[in-house]
Write a protein that binds this ligand. Structure first.
Ligand SMILES: Nc1nc(SCCc2ccccc2)c2[nH]cnc2n1
Length: 159
C-alpha cells in the first residue's frame, strides 16, 4: 500500500567563492570525522532557507548574504525509518570570518582538492554539478553510513 513516511527536513550550506569551498570537519554527532557543508534540522515553523542561514551562523559563525538553492537530495538509510530530505544551498557571499565551533572546524579547499575520501560517498557524485552551478536532484540508498548501495541522480532545469 502507499503509506507516506514523513521525510526529515535538513539543510546543507556550502560557501563557494573564488574557486574554493568552505567545508567543516564535523567534530561530533552524526557524520563525525567527515568534511561537509554546514547544516542541520529545519525547526517547526522555520523556512528551509531560514534554517540554512541559522545553521551556517551556529556552525561557522558567518552570516550568509546571497544564497542560491541548487540541490534537493533524498537519503535512505537501512537503519533509519525516516528518509532525509536535504536542501543544498550555495552561499554566494557572507559577512564575518569563519571560525571553529564545538561542532565544526572550518577549512577552505580549492575545487580540485576537495577531500572526497573524508566525505559522504554521494558527494563525489553531485559536487561537480554543484560547483558548475547546476540545479540537481538525487536519491541515494545507503546500507550504512559508509556504504552507498545505489542512487538516481539528475540535473534539472528547476527545483
Ligand atoms: N553531504 C552530505 N550530507 C549529508 S547530511 C547533511 C545534512 C546534515 C545532517 C546532520 C548534520 C549536519 C548536516 C549526507 N547524508 C548522506 N549523505 C550525505 N551527504
Amino acid at each position: 500500500e502507499h503509506t507516506l513516511v514523513a521525510k526529515k527536513l535538513l539543510t546543507l550550506a556550502i560557501v563557494n567563492r573564488e574557486g574554493r569551498v568552505l567545508l567543516g570537519l564535523k567534530k561530533r554527532g552524526f557524520g563525525e570525522g567527515y568534511y561537509n557543508g554546514f547544516g542541520g534540522k529545519v525547526e517547526v515553523g522555520e523556512t528551509v532557507e531560514a534554517a540554512a542561514r541559522r545553521e551556517l551562523q551556529e556552525e561557522a559563525v558567518i552570516i550568509a548574504g546571497n544564497i542560491k538553492k541548487q540541490g534537493l537530495l533524498t537519503f535512505h538509510f537501512d537503519d533509519k525509518p525516516q528518509p532525509w530530505e536535504v536542501h543544498v544551498f550555495n552561499v554566494l557571499d557572507y559577512n564575518g570570518e569563519p571560525c571553529e565551533t564545538d561542532e565544526m572546524s572550518p577549512q577552505w579547499f580549492s575545487h580540485d582538492q576537495i577531500p572526497f575520501d573524508k566525505m559522504w560517498k554521494d558527494d563525489e557524485i553531485w559536487y561537480p554539478h554543484f560547483l558548475a552551478g547546476h540545479l540537481f536532484q538525487g536519491e541515494f540508498f545507503f546500507r550504512n553510513t559508509h556504504h552507498l548501495d545505489s542512487y538516481n541522480f539528475d540535473v534539472v532545469s528547476k527545483l
